[in-house]
Design a protein around this ligand. Structure first.
Ligand code: HEC
Length: 323
């Protein structure tokens, strides 16, 4: 604040008055009885039903009435990717998650209201282990998880993918995809992913944490599918599924005119025992015959030409430490 010089006197008088008001009023302020507080303030439950339940479900299961292109988080499972402390959840609630349907509430709710609604959110999973807000790492427990966002270049010479996808499985392997044209770029082993800079309106870059064990065609693979006359087919993401122990990615193969050649369901997992090989399982339901071009860094177990019908193929990647 800037005060004109001549008002300095008034300023000090004002300060004195404030000090007096604060000082005097403090001991006199009666503590409002508990019951009154409930009447005048909207409870966390009420706020939750009003602002959150439509997407996150009245029971916090993530199954609200609103159909979203991606599910709202289930609070019951306790899968908080940005930390589950009051402060971390409050921060997410205030700023929303850019690039997802999760809206910001900073302008709709007061800080006190956000605190109450967040306390209610935490009640859905009362046994949550506290995760510090600095640990924004997404931790995988007994089910696979999927994170979407910008994928930074895997190596210096490689491209950034604004639309990326990471599938992390409980066995510690994770799979890095671009999704503008679904392609497996790399396989990692170790921790899953950290979201950085998620308050930035520009999107939420993902920071995969595992070390790379497979770099498909040096991290810049060409498309795997072609029509019988060699026209490349685009793999358009349909859905992801994390209900079994290995995350599944589903996509349609379409040509330039929009004809759907096939639907593919893709699941990756290391071979049991010695985990030096990772298998990329493809379940292909072909409506129009097509050809698979196996990445030059991998091999496939069967014929590359697929006629109309259902086919299973396994592409095998050799895993090793990539630097
Ligand atoms: C329009 C639908 C919608 C509404 C309304 C909504 N959310 Fe969400 N919320 C989502 C979606 C979708 C996600 C998952 C985003 C993603 O993919 O990361 C999410 C994620 C979250 C997360 C992130 C959990 C984490 O760390 O991974 C929190 C916390 C959250 N919501 C709290 C709230 C609260 C509190 C309210 C009400 C005040 C609310 N949401 C209202 C759709 C919604």
């Amino acid at each position: 604040m800037v005060y004109p010089k001549h008002s300095m006197k008034y300023q000090s008088i004002l300060i004195l008055c404030f000090a007096c008001i604060l000082g005097c009023s403090e001991p006199q302020e009666p503590t409002p009885p508990q019951t009154e507080e409930i009447v005048t303030e909207q409870s966390g439950v009420y706020l939750y039903m009003m602002y959150c339940a439509s997407c996150h479900g009245a029971d916090g299961s993530g199954k609200g009435l609103v159909e979203l292109d991606r599910p709202a988080r289930s609070f019951v499972d306790g899968g908080f990717s940005f930390g589950n402390t009051l402060e971390a959840i409050a921060k997410t609630t205030r700023s929303g998650i850019p690039g997802t349907p999760m809206p910001p509430f900073a302008e709709l709710l007061t800080d006190a209201e956000i605190t109450r609604v967040v306390q209610h959110v935490r009640n859905f999973a009362p046994t949550l282990k506290e995760v510090l807000p600095t640990e924004t790492e997404m931790v995988i427990q007994d089910r696979p998880a999927v994170a979407r966002g910008m994928i930074p270049p895997i190596q210096d010479s490689l491209q950034l993918h604004p639309r990326g996808l990471l599938v992390g499985n409980p066995d510690g392997f994770s799979y890095e995809y671009r999704v503008d044209d679904v392609r497996l770029l790399a396989i990692r082993q170790g921790k899953f992913v950290e979201r950085t800079d998620w308050t930035d309106r520009g999107g939420s870059p993902l920071k995969p944490l595992g070390h790379v064990v497979v770099l498909v065609e040096n991290g810049n693979p060409s498309g795997m599918f072609q029509s019988m006359n060699g026209e490349p087919l685009r793999a358009k993401l349909k859905s992801t599924n994390v209900l079994t122990s290995f995350g599944t990615v589903k996509y349609d193969l379409i040509d330039q005119d929009g004809n759907i050649f096939a639907t593919v369901s893709e699941t990756c997992r290391p071979t049991t025992g010695v985990r030096a090989l990772v298998e990329q399982h493809l379940s292909v339901h072909a409506q129009i015959p097509l050809i698979i071009s196996v990445p030059s860094s991998a091999t496939m177990d069967d014929a590359t030409t697929l006629q109309i019908g259902s086919h299973e193929r396994i592409i095998i990647h050799a895993a090793r430490e990539v630097h």
